[in-house]
Design a protein around this ligand. Structure first.
Ligand SMILES: NC(=O)c1ccc[n+]([C@@H]2O[C@H](COP(=O)([O-])OP(=O)(O)OC[C@H]3O[C@@H](n4cnc5c(N)ncnc54)[C@H](O)[C@@H]3O)[C@@H](O)[C@H]2O)c1
Length: 248
């Protein structure tokens, strides 16, 4: 029960990793607010310490409302996990529109500014808190055709390091997780147009992991809960690779 009495907000809570992270946090005693585009995606997380919020993470007002609501209910905001995100189908840059670039940058990077700004407003006066951003090993080990996604994840990591140095004097920590190819609904969305997604999954993704299997959402959840917990009280500005060695 490392998270007993703590309040944590998890974005993308209806997705593969977000669900596993929320479930693990509930097991460890936290009160959890999940944010995703629709409530149905979070239906499997039914628990008396879980509240589902249907909201777009680019909607500043809606995000502020979630923090206000949870702070009103529990009197604290201890953690923020930014797990929401979108993939890019592998596409040569010459075929990527500026709108597609902006969409990826907005959802995967600009949202972090909106969410972290809100979290810092509660965590700084409290003198404690932990922010965890899910980026991607692709920021360190790129693949062809994912240029816009990779840029958004590089921004996520740099932004989180920037937060770490800025918020350290207030007792607030910020860290990044770089997952390797993970067994969630997102994986098939990286497939190039016209390619077979099962084949891509096996031949490109699974075979690229030195430890020999795809990353499971629970592998990510374990690392995230560690970074949120007091076990990591001197860990800030770091990037935890949970990638089975893919980044090597
Ligand atoms: N699956 C992988 O192979 C992989 C690898 C490295 C990094 N990641 C990153 O891990 C994170 C979690 O991905 P996942 O694999 O669980 O994917 P997923 O698609 O299962 O979950 C992502 C969730 O984010 C939500 N979301 C998207 N846009 C949103 C918005 N504007 N507002 C609110 N919610 C929104 C989706 O509805 C979805 O439930 C993402 O940031 C992803 O980029 C995934």
């Amino acid at each position: 029960m490392r998270m007993k009495g703590k309040t944590v907000i998890v974005t993308g809570a209806g997705g593969g990793m977000g669900q596993a992270i929320s479930r693990k946090l509930l097991e460890e005693g936290a009160t959890v607010a999940g944010i995703d585009l629709n409530e149905d995606s979070m239906a499997g997380l039914l628990h008396d310490r879980f509240t589902a919020f249907a909201a777009d993470i680019l909607d500043e007002e809606a995000v502020a409302g979630v923090f206000r609501d949870m702070h009103g209910k529990t009197g604290r905001i201890d953690g923020l996990v930014c797990a929401a995100g979108i993939a890019q189908a592998a596409t040569p840059i010459t075929d990527v529109s500026l709108d597609q670039w902006h969409r990826l940058m907005n959802i995967n990077a600009t949202s972090l500014f909106i969410l972290s700004k809100e979290a810092a407003g509660y965590m700084k006066p409290a003198g404690t808190g932990s922010i965890v951003t899910i980026a991607s090993v692709s920021a360190a080990r790129p693949r062809p055709g994912l240029q816009s996604y990779i840029a958004s994840k590089g921004a996520a990591e740099s932004f989180t390091r920037g937060l770490a140095i800025e918020l350290a004097e207030h007792g607030v920590r910020a860290n990044t997780v770089h997952p390797g190819p993970a067994d969630t609904g997102m994986l098939s969305q990286f497939t190039a147009a016209g390619a077979d997604s099962d084949q891509t999954r096996k031949e490109i993704f699974e075979s690229s992991v030195p430890l020999g299997r795809l990353i499971q959402p629970d592998d990510i959840a374990g690392g995230v809960v560690y970074l949120l917990s007091d076990d990591a009280s001197m860990v800030t500005g770091t990037t935890l690779h949970i990638d089975g060695g893919r980044g090597l």
